[in-house]
Design a protein around this ligand. Structure first.
Ligand code: UD1
Ligand code: CA
Length: 462
């Protein structure tokens, strides 16, 4: 038997009024991704032949974050969830089933939707939908069942009487419809309700009225159903997703010292025996090798950290590559294009940008290294600054192996320092330094014997 056609629709046209935001609800970031990215990932994981997203409010901005493989359907006026699905009817013409997801339920998993779909097909149901029992069901549509436990209708919170509002089984907003029925039923929807909207949920009672098979499937994990309608719910789902990622890492052998304050985005990988200290934030495509320490309040974005490296407190690391056994921080800022080879040390108040530090190089204190190449075992003294910018263009500083750069040095780029050279403290290097040379630029020191003592006497001080 040929598999039935499957369409997946994600509804994302609503205004999200309760967010009280200038930004469309589905664009609010959740663990580093727009809210809508989460249901889209579920939609992608389903064996569908067509995938669509209904956009409306801020359609252009929302369309920009949609991945390839989704057909965009415009709902010009947001007249309700039923109206939204109707706009997408060309995607479910013909035999088959359609799964409808909401753009605002990021905790839902593909496994749960697959179970719903499998049950729907096994029973040859007309409509199947997920339900959840919530301690606080307010705001959700309530699932009304008869004495035998069969679904009769979904009643929206705003339209529910006091008795119906006491029902704690809610509609999760995840449905499976038979295509033929869906097309017919949408055409008959009326907006005769408190919100004057075409409710997708009215289809349930319509199917029941026609004696068609309607199944409300309780979900094993009601948490998956949590929707984001306001910022309180946004914070709640954020927390659930954050903990899901941390639990996966901990099971894989990562120590998370304080899960409550640690933030790891889902695309991040962390090797076993690494330790994440309180306030650690790992973002984007960051990869941390085995046996690393990521210090308290350090943030790492889109960077690679090789095994055995220690990043201590309060560092910011962005688009950088850190080799094995490096030591970074506290208070270091590694900006895009930073590359540290094995065993490099970068200390407090050091900022790097497009800087390559070769194996064993050290820049331990108070420096700016931009557009620079630093040789093996070279020591960059405290207060060293690469003057890489003349107000218009950037220039490069190239320092060879085994160089000693004294404290408080300025390197006015473009400039090169040959290997084994020594730059004396306080020097402003403006010309290339040959290998093995000493370079120093400072005014000669003047010493006046007894001057300080005479001054104290003159002023009558001790
Ligand atoms: C909806 C359900 C409710 C369910 C809840 C679960 C309806 C009428 N109610 O309520 O039974 O308990 O979800 O989370 O369906 N949207 C559009 N176009 C529109 C209106 C909405 O695309 O015209 C989209 C929204 O962007 C959102 C989704 O549909 O992603 C749900 O809309 P929302 O207004 O959040 O519905 P709820 O009030 O949460
Ligand atoms: Ca909602």
């Amino acid at each position: 038997m040929m598999a039935r056609q499957l369409t997946v629709l994600v509804l994302a046209a609503g205004r999200g009024t309760r967010m009280r935001s200038a930004v469309a609800k589905v664009l609010h970031p959740v663990l580093g991704r727009p809210l809508i990215a989460w249901p889209l990932a579920v939609a992608r994981a389903l064996p569908a032949s067509r995938r669509g997203v209904v956009v409306g409010h801020q359609a252009e901005a929302v369309s920009k974050v949609l991945p390839v493989g989704f057909e965009v359907v415009l709902q010009r006026q947001t007249l309700g969830t039923g109206h939204a699905v109707r706009q997408a009817r060309r995607l479910f013409a013909g035999e088959g089933d359609t799964v409808v997801l909401s753009g605002d339920t990021p905790l839902l998993t593909a496994a749960t939707v697959r179970r719903l779909l499998a049950g729907h097909r096994r029973r040859r149901a007309t409509v199947s939908f997920l339900t959840a029992r919530l301690a606080d069901p307010s705001g959700y549509g309530r699932v009304v069942r008869d004495a035998r436990g069969e679904v009769r209708a979904i009643v929206e919170h705003d339209d529910a009487d006091a008795a119906t509002r006491r029902i704690d089984e809610v509609n999760a907003g995840v449905y499976c419809f038979d295509n033929r029925f869906l097309g017919r039923a949408l055409g008959r929807l009326r907006a005769a309700n408190r919100q004057e909207e075409f409710y997708l949920t009215d289809i349930i009672a319509a199917a029941v009225g026609s004696s068609l098979a309607v199944v409300g499937v309780p979900c094993d994990d009601p948490e998956e159903m949590l929707g984001v309608n306001d910022r309180l719910q946004l914070a709640r789902v954020h927390d659930v997703l954050r903990r899901r990622v941390l639990e996966r890492l901990m099971r894989a052998g990562v120590t998370v010292v304080d899960p409550g304050s640690t933030w790891v985005e889902p695309g991040v990988r962390v090797g076993a025996d690494s330790v994440l200290f309180p306030g650690a934030t790992l973002q984007g495509g960051t990869v941390v090798g085995a046996g690393c320490h990521i210090g308290p309040h350090t943030r790492v974005r889109d960077s690679r950290i090789a095994p055995g490296s220690v990043i201590t407190d309060c560092c910011v690391i962005e688009e950088a590559a850190i080799g094995p056994r490096c030591h970074v921080g506290p208070f270091a800022h590694l900006r895009p294009g930073t590359r540290l080879a094995a065993g490099v040390r970068v200390g407090n108040f050091v900022e790097t940008k497009k800087a390559r530090l070769k194996a064993g190089a050290k820049a331990n204190h108070l420096s700016y290294l931009g557009d620079a190449e630093i040789g093996r075992r070279t020591n960059v003294g405290a207060g060293t600054i690469t003057c890489n910018y003349d107000g218009y263009s950037k220039f490069k500083t190239v320092i060879g192996d085994d160089v000693f750069i004294g404290s408080d040095t300025q390197l006015v780029a473009p400039v090169r320092v040959g290997k084994g050279a020594l730059v004396a403290a306080g020097t402003t290097v403006t010309k290339d330094v040959p290998a093995g040379a000493l370079v120093l630029s400072r005014t000669a020191q003047k010493t006046v014997a007894g001057w300080a003592a005479r001054r104290r006497e003159r002023l009558g001080k001790k």
